[in-house]
Write a protein that binds this ligand. Structure first.
Ligand SMILES: Cc1cc2nc3c(=O)[nH]c(=O)nc-3n(C[C@H](O)[C@H](O)[C@H](O)COP(=O)(O)OP(=O)(O)OC[C@H]3O[C@@H](n4cnc5c(N)ncnc54)[C@H](O)[C@@H]3O)c2cc1C
Length: 381
């Protein structure tokens, strides 16, 4: 695979094998899309960001964004596996040579799944620095106690990145004291680590994780002790840009569905799409989506050039998640009562795309970032 169009065509072809019925049945049963994830893995799509030297695709974020956008544009949902693309970035950027050689080739092949990332806790979501899970060094291991929540895909992952406190919070170094660990879930389960599924309004395979005396070898510390939060921040731009790409795919799906339906549905003897009251919301969503797409493209370009892109990554996520949410609401309204019927997939996609105004970071926190870091307004928290 080389050009993004070639990648888009290949993903679109793969997704034709996973139509609305497939996603609807899984949504109803709250089951993991194992066949879809296998197809994405076998096609090499989840390994595009792993460098060639470790057996990955060696491509940039723009290609990864194209893949995820296509999945969502087809009516599917990549949340079951998107983190396999970017969570490995922490190992790639901050891991030791031994960790890279040990894990990255397996991740590239899909033989090892590293798609769980445990940061959020019941008492700290937005306020990451307030997390309470502790990791205390004892000989050749760190012993962990605490609880994580909304740790997605942990039941379908071999490895998990986990952020824990290794020294007390201090005002002198606000971002210090947290460390990042690679937890081998295959070894940890039942030995101080317990995973419990958490049912939500969407089919997302998210969980709660309980840590009670789990021993993680010191060899699994990523980078230096106390610098974990900084490593996590590093990976957030990639995550935000890729989630924004999924939102664009969702928005395009809603716009296409609404346009097609508005051309076909006849009320008062004419297509509803002939009414400007129906046309205009669709056209407005289209314009907003295209504008968001430009910001996603800019953020990808800066990221792939190794340039600073915090503002653009945040704005891409903000604009794309708002565009997809408005498109979702518009599509539901265009479909009238039938939008609520499961068989059209509109209500499912409506629920799914709503997530992105809240996670992985909420709209308010992005606005706060722009206000403080871009516009220089006073710090509010
Ligand atoms: C389906 C799902 C999957 C997830 N997957 C993962 C995962 O895999 N790994 C992981 O670590 N986490 C995951 N999360 C957690 C997600 O990142 C958090 O829910 C999110 O960061 C918000 O944190 P919170 O839920 O604790 O909200 P809170 O921090 O409690 O905030 C609640 C609301 O208050 C607002 N707010 C808080 N403080 C301020 C302020 N100072 N100014 C203005 N507004 C404010 C927030 O914007 C938000 O709207 C997931 C969440 C969901 C729902």
């Amino acid at each position: 695979m080389t050009g993004d169009q070639e990648i888009r065509d290949a993903v679109a072809k793969l997704c034709r094998g996973f139509p609305g019925e497939y996603w609807r049945a899984l949504d109803r049963a709250r089951e993991y899309p194992a066949a879809f994830v296998k197809a994405m893995t076998d096609g090499g799509f989840l390994a595009v960001l792993v460098p060639d030297e470790y057996g990955g695709g060696g491509l940039g974020l723009a290609s990864a964004a194209a893949i995820l956008e296509e999945v969502h544009k087809s009516g599917g949902n990549a949340a079951a596996c998107h983190a396999q693309m970017y969570v490995m970035g922490a190992v790639l950027r901050h891991g030791s040579p031994a960790q890279k050689t040990r894990y990255l080739p397996g991740i590239a092949k899909g033989a090892l799944r590293l798609q769980a990332f445990a940061v959020t806790e019941p008492g700290s979501g937005t306020d990451t620095l307030g997390l309470k899970t502790t990791a205390k060094r004892e000989g050749d291991a760190y012993v962990m106690h605490g609880q994580k929540v909304f740790t997605s895909r942990a039941e379908h992952s071999d490895l998990m990145l986990l952020l824990a406190r290794t020294s007390p919070r201090s005002d002198a170094d606000r971002a210090g004291g947290l460390s990042l660990f690679l937890v081998d879930l295959r070894e940890a389960k039942g030995k101080g680590l317990d995973i419990r599924p958490l049912r939500t309004m969407i089919n997302h395979a998210t969980t709660e994780i309980f840590l009670d005396g789990l021993r993680v070898p010191t060899a699994n510390l990523i980078g230096e002790e106390g610098r974990g939060f900084r490593y996590v921040l590093d990976g957030m731009n990639a995550e935000r840009i890729l989630i924004a790409a999924e939102c664009l795919g969702d928005a395009r799906w809603f716009i296409e569905r609404a346009s097609s339906y508005a051309k076909e549905r006849v009320v008062f003897g004419r297509a509803i799409g002939q009414n400007q009251g129906v046309q205009f919301p669709i056209a407005e969503c289209y314009a907003k989506t295209e504008a968001a797409a430009l910001m996603v493209e800019k953020a990808c370009t800066l990221f792939d050039a190794g340039r600073s892109c915090g503002a653009e990554a945040n704005m891409a996520k903000l604009l794309a998640s708002e565009a997809s949410w408005h498109a979702a609401d518009m599509c539901l309204q265009t479909f009238g009562g039938f939008g609520f019927a499961e068989e059209y997939d509109v209500e499912r996609k409506f629920r799914e795309t709503r997530l992105y105004r809240t996670a992985p970071i909420s709209t308010n926190l992005i606005l706060s970032y722009i206000a403080e870091h871009v516009l220089g307004l006073p710090r509010s928290f």
